[in-house]
Design a binder for this molecule. Structure first.
Ligand SMILES: Nc1ncnc2c1ncn2[C@@H]1O[C@H](COP(=O)(O)OP(=O)(O)OP(=O)(O)O)[C@@H](O)[C@H]1O
Ligand SMILES: [Mg+2]
Ligand SMILES: [Zn+2]
Length: 512
């Protein structure tokens, strides 16, 4: 037996099975109960929110032989016939099809014929915005002089395309997007009845992705089951939908904020390993920033598109640390990136460069806020220079590395500023380094554990030459560069030796 799509099996059959749309449901049910239905209804709203479902319920409710409190019984012959599509007086017209146009043309004659089987002839006209002008005119004529036993239900996702003359003759109901909570609840119900076990977070992801549409949510659940079986974890859904983990984006944006280019590159590499493509990442990046922005504007009232419960603290933190303009500009960059990626040659490169470029953007604000040339406090803490003397009081935070001669420190700051003026990405990578000092005509710069990427980048000719040029301008001397990695034992010895050589044994203390 063929598999019947979940969204079909789970079409609500009674008013009280409809999720959400409370006001509409209540009003329709009351009008049936009090026998005061209108001649024409317009159901307008987003895809998959219950328009056609409610139209069919209403069609049965007005014809049911034994209605109960406004609900169709779904048992009597009439209900059964309508449900199986064998009832002559419930006519569904798809306005998007050619046949639909013909049917509308004949409408004026047809409506005059009394119901054959039931009490009311019900015309359900779906996608009514697709009608031609001619067909709208035919429909309008019918609506202007509606026969007694006819009920029209027009449904559309694009109410703005319906002529005002038609609108004014209908009782209008707006269908709303369903909330993620409403969708999760329904998915949970469907899952347990179908013998599916799904993690709440998995359903939450589906619900958010469905963007308020129940059909899409059920459709995706179906897809996930055929893809992963009847046991769904959050990871299954992430992979199934090709979604980027929100913590990944939180990590990347945090790295941008803290000016940690290596982490950006490493996280992106991880994403690629997991099979995500650049466009997905760019798109999810934009959604992530959107969530940050929403939190900044609305606080706890914000509805998040991408963030899961567990990721919320990250969003909040970033919302607090970034100004609105930076977020908006970053959002714009993400959208430009999406655009570029449609034609781009090297998506990964574009992605990396864009995220590295955001460092600059996020940093701009900080520069304006703190005008002192002092390196930022956290940067200082991170720089645990091997050349520092043993602090007298180890518990005391070291405010100034005493061995870095003041003029050397000033030199380094000038170099950093000079490089920054030339190329922000080079600066970002250089700034992660620790300036040990100059010995002879060689400047030694070390990198901490995990910063191999920076070191290797800096060793590339272009970056090396840029720094050398800046140093030459400042000092008037040709200075060579040596980059050292601290975590590599091979280099460690070398580093210590070099430091001792440069600064003298009593000044060198090896940390960690
Ligand atoms: N409010 C709802 N409550 C419960 N299920 C719903 C609801 N809305 C949609 N569904 C599910 O989605 C399926 C499609 O819904 P329906 O055909 O009523 O949507 P629609 O609003 O007419 O969409 P479209 O504009 O695309 O025609 C239903 O069979 C049902 O499984
Ligand atoms: Mg529909
Ligand atoms: Zn019935």
């Amino acid at each position: 037996m063929g598999h019947l799509a979940l969204y079909r099996t789970w079409r609500p059959q009674r008013f009280d099975e409809v999720v959400g749309q409370e006001q509409t449901v209540q009003a329709l049910k009351n009008s049936v109960r009090m026998n005061q239905t209108s001649h024409a209804y317009l159901f307008a709203g987003p895809r998959g929110t219950g328009k056609t479902s409610l139209a069919k319920i209403l069609a049965r409710a007005v014809n049911c032989e034994r209605p109960e409190d406004g609900e169709p019984c779904n048992q009597c012959q009439t209900c059964q016939d309508i449900l199986s599509g064998n009832f002559m007086d419930v006519i569904e017209i798809d306005a998007a099809s050619n046949r639909g146009i013909d049917e509308i043309r004949d409408l004026r004659e047809q409506v005059k014929i009394l119901p054959a089987q039931g009490r009311k002839k019900v015309y359900i006209i779906d996608e009514v915005h697709m009608l031609t002008t001619e067909a709208f005119n035919a429909l309008l004529k019918t609506l202007e002089e509606p026969p007694e036993n006819v009920l029209f239900i027009l449904a559309t996702t694009e109410v703005q395309k319906i002529p005002a003359t038609i609108l004014s003759r209908c009782q209008k109901y707006r269908f709303l997007r369903l909330s993620p909570e409403q969708i999760v609840q329904r998915l949970q119900e469907v899952a347990s009845s179908e013998g599916i076990t799904a993690a709440p977070e998995a359903l939450e992801l589906l619900a958010r992705r469905a963007n308020g549409g129940m059909r899409d949510a059920l459709g995706m659940l179906d897809q996930m089951i055929s893809y992963r079986g009847k046991n769904l974890s959050r990871e299954d859904v992430m992979q199934g939908l090709g979604m980027v983990d929100d913590t990944l984006l939180a990590d990347i944006f945090q790295a941008v904020q803290l000016n940690h280019p290596a982490e950006i590159i490493e996280n992106l590499a991880q994403a690629f390993i997991h099979g995500l493509d650049a466009r997905q990442i760019a798109r999810e990046g934009a959604w992530y920033l959107r969530d940050v922005l929403m939190f900044q504007i609305l606080g706890e009232r914000a509805e998040f598109q991408r963030m899961s419960e567990s990721g919320l603290p990250r969003v909040k933190e970033q919302a607090e640390n970034l100004d609105r303009e930076s977020i908006l500009r970053a959002l714009q960059k993400m959208m430009e990136l999406s655009e570029q990626l449609r034609f781009g040659e090297d998506p990964r490169f574009l992605l990396e460069m864009t995220f590295l470029g955001l460092i600059d953007l996020f940093q701009g604000r900080e520069l304006m806020v703190e005008e002192q040339p002092e390196p930022r406090a956290n940067e200082k803490q991170r720089k645990r220079a091997v050349s520092e003397p043993a602090p007298k009081d180890a518990a005391k935070p070291q405010t100034k590395p005493a061995t870095e001669a003041p003029e050397e420190n000033a030199f380094w700051q000038q170099v950093l500023a000079g490089v920054k003026a030339e190329k922000i990405t080079t600066h970002a990578m250089l700034a992660e380094g620790n300036f040990i000092g100059i010995h002879g005509d060689v400047a030694y710069i070390s990198y901490r554990k995990g910063y191999r990427f920076h070191k290797e980048k800096m060793e590339e000719k272009e970056n090396r030459l840029l720094v050398q040029e800046v140093m030459r301008k400042i000092s008037g001397k040709e200075i060579q560069l040596e980059f050292i990695l601290q975590d590599d034992p091979k280099y460690n010895d070398l580093l210590v030796k070099k430091a001792i050589e440069v600064f003298g044994e009593n000044k060198v203390k090896v940390l960690d």
